[in-house]
Design a protein around this ligand. Structure first.
Ligand SMILES: Cc1cc2nc3c(=O)[nH]c(=O)nc-3n(C[C@H](O)[C@H](O)[C@H](O)COP(=O)(O)O)c2cc1C
Length: 185
């Protein structure tokens, strides 16, 4: 099996991070992998904001958890109330992915770019976790963060990616569901 496929199979969502930052050149390579994702009619409708400011990360965590506490789904409500839960798992770097509002399929394109970054991180020995939960904050206070993230006009923040060095031993992949592939020859 080649290295790319091994990296895809080995990538796991990591939920505990060391404090040390990833080197700048690795971070740049991860972001570039995102920029080189395919996109519908080549719109490249993404924007990446790298946040390493501790106060900003703490604020995003607290405000998202405040919203989770009021969520109709008890699963989300409980995570909002959980004192131990940090939505970014204390990763020292978070990439916020924003999507271009008037693109054809911005959410799909941004998801593709995000996965490119997760695999690139894995290939460099860097741990990651896709953070969808921050969307609850962006859905209510998105306009404020468009300004504070200095986004170009017409982009809306969507989700995050926690990045850093894992603070836990290797995680096993959850078992794969069956019946996900068939052939018509
Ligand atoms: C759209 C999306 C949103 C996600 N949001 C979160 C999240 O907010 N917090 C979290 O811990 N994991 C989140 N994840 C990670 C999934 O829980 C994880 O990918 C899944 O459990 C499979 O585990 P694996 O990534 O180790 O294969 C998200 C993944 C996706 C694709």
């Amino acid at each position: 099996m080649n290295q790319t496929i091994q990296d895809i199979l080995k990538r796991r969502s990591i939920r505990a991070f060391q404090k040390r930052l990833v080197p700048e050149d690795d971070l740049s390579a991860i972001l570039e992998a995102g920029l080189y994702a395919p996109s519908a009619v080549n719109e490249q409708p993404w924007h990446f904001t790298v946040i390493q400011n501790k106060d900003m990360l703490a604020e995003l965590n607290v405000k998202t958890k405040d919203l989770l506490k009021k969520h109709p789904n008890p699963l989300f409500r409980n995570s909002g109330k959980d004192q131990e839960y940090n939505i970014f798992y204390h990763a020292p770097t978070v990439i916020i992915v924003s999507s271009q509002d008037d693109a054809l399929v911005p959410q799909i394109d941004c998801a593709v770019a995000t996965e490119n970054m997760l695999i690139a991180a894995q290939s460099l020995g860097i741990a990651s976790c896709w953070i969808g939960n921050v969307k609850w904050l962006f859905e209510t206070a998105g306009d404020e963060y468009k300004t504070r993230f200095k986004l170009p006009q017409g982009y809306t923040p969507s989700h995050g990616v926690s990045l850093g060095y894992s603070a836990i031993p290797a995680v096993q992949a959850p078992p794969r569901k069956g019946n996900a592939i068939n052939y018509i020859k």
